[in-house]
Design a protein. Structure first.
Length: 94
């Protein structure tokens, strides 16, 4: 019984060693990550004097602020206008 267990462990070790050798000999594929279009931060809010909610969308890569809301009559998501360029407000002056 003990000899069968020893042979089984030895066989498993040889298979593991072979797997390790094969993985180290094959070339590794290195994919270059493509640049993401943008990083977004979304913040919900309420419209003052209205009954709709609004989602503010901050594009951190391009420094832009946009907003969207849901129009229940048209059953569609509506942009609240052109995005605002935040770089002119957030510029650092020394």
């Amino acid at each position: 019984m003990k000899s069968k267990a020893v042979w089984l462990l030895a066989t498993v070790n040889v298979l593991l060693l072979g797997n390790l050798c094969l993985r180290s000999l094959t070339p590794a594929a290195h994919a270059q990550a493509a640049a993401r279009p943008s990083d977004y931060l979304m913040i919900t809010g309420e419209v003052v004097g209205g009954n709709n909610s609004i989602v503010y969308i901050v594009d951190t890569r391009n420094s832009q602020l946009g907003a969207r809301t849901y129009d229940p009559q048209a059953k569609a998501i509506v942009d609240m206008g052109a995005p605002i360029d935040l770089s002119r407000f957030l510029s650092t002056r020394r």
